[in-house]
Write a protein that binds this ligand. Sequence first.
Ligand SMILES: [Fe+2]
Ligand SMILES: [Fe+2]
Length: 231
Amino acid sequence: MATRTQSRTSSRSSSGGSRSGSSDNRSSSGENRSSSNRKSDSGSNRSAFSWGEGAGPIIAAALGGAAIGIAANYGRKFMTQAMTGVAGDWDEVLATEHKLTLAVFDKMLATDSTQTWKRNMLLMQLTHMLDKHAHEEEMVVYPALRDAGQAVEADQLNGEHGYIKTFLYDLSQMETDDPSWLEKIRNFRQLVAEHARMEEDQVFPTFKRNLTEEQNAKITGLVNKDGFWQA
Ligand SMILES: [Fe+2]
Ligand SMILES: [Fe+2]
């Protein structure tokens, strides 16, 4: 779990530009508020927490901006999850994510050591995709597998997620023009491809065969919900 947190943190810190940007905006508008309070309170007995006159439009604008930001974020999440969520049942959603992830590996393998910016962008994208996918499986599918008597398979798959995070960690410590970068990506892709094949060809079909229609729909709903929050 430690590596999961680590990879999540590194991906957020590198890819979450817009998120940290919006919190900067929030803190700067907070400063504006307190400075406007200070000005309007000079020489009066008003509470330090009361809003100055004329603050209404500023507050309204700030709240409006926040609402637009929240709506935009929800829209982005919706679009991201919709890309794989429309695929159908939970196992089809996850298989689509496997395919999209392997396509990112192929783009990485098509780069050369001069394309460091492109490699960094693709690595950031890969980290986010794998992080979201692992969360859906570790929080919904693997626990459901254990409850259904497939604990050995769930634990093996969960263990492999640890090695996937180890690859992400190693790559985050490596320069993207390192001569061994492509070799590392090639080995990483092989691990992810074999892991995905075991899920798609063996573990998930066995599990799905024994689900009622209702249980199957419930797991699809939970995977989509988890994916939405991780998007
Ligand atoms: Fe997995
Ligand atoms: Fe998977």
